[in-house]
Write a protein that binds this ligand. Sequence first.
Ligand code: 5GP
Ligand code: MG
Length: 191
Amino acid sequence: MPSAEQFPAHADLASVLVTEADIRKRVRKMGKEISALYGDEEITVISLINGAVLFTADLLREITNPVRLDCIRISSYRNETTSNGKPQVLGSLTLDIANRHVLLIDDILDTGKTLSVVVSLIHKLNPASVRTCVLLDKRGRREVEFESDLVGFQIPDKFVVGYGLDFAERYRNLPCIGVLKPNLQNPPEWA
Ligand code: 5GP
Ligand code: MG
């Protein structure tokens, strides 16, 4: 792991939950699992950006099947009241997914709202199959029933950053996943 001197954002972490080496090892293994799961089939990967960008880029290089890639952006619903608190898909897919094997990739499964909305939307487009793959799972936080087919790591109920996950768009480039120091979780200038 790089030191705070080599990578200054490390100094903002209270703790590291998943190291860069842990991620590399697990992503390699998940790539093998996915390749075995799909046999010779082509996979249409749909990545939920921005959060899943780093995970998707690394995971795709470990999948040996033919792959097509599309991305979707989901509106943030986290600061909204419960009546409006439904994730919405912004923009649309560019690939046709009818009769295709779709693998949805996200960074983290938390309340389950995002992936359940996206999965039902994908189902309406008549794919041959739909599976989900997340790097992190905070199982204790679920508000709607949802389990991902593939999970990298189970983590405790803590707000994490790094490896694609942000706080106010910062920290996505950290190579590990960690918990921000409490005094940095609410700086007024980032509100
Ligand atoms: P869900 O809809 O399952 O509650 O949330 C999934 C989305 O919430 C993730 O794609 C991610 O954008 C965001 N999220 C949930 N937990 C965390 C976290 O601990 N850190 C960060 N940076 N984002 C999170
Ligand atoms: Mg996200």
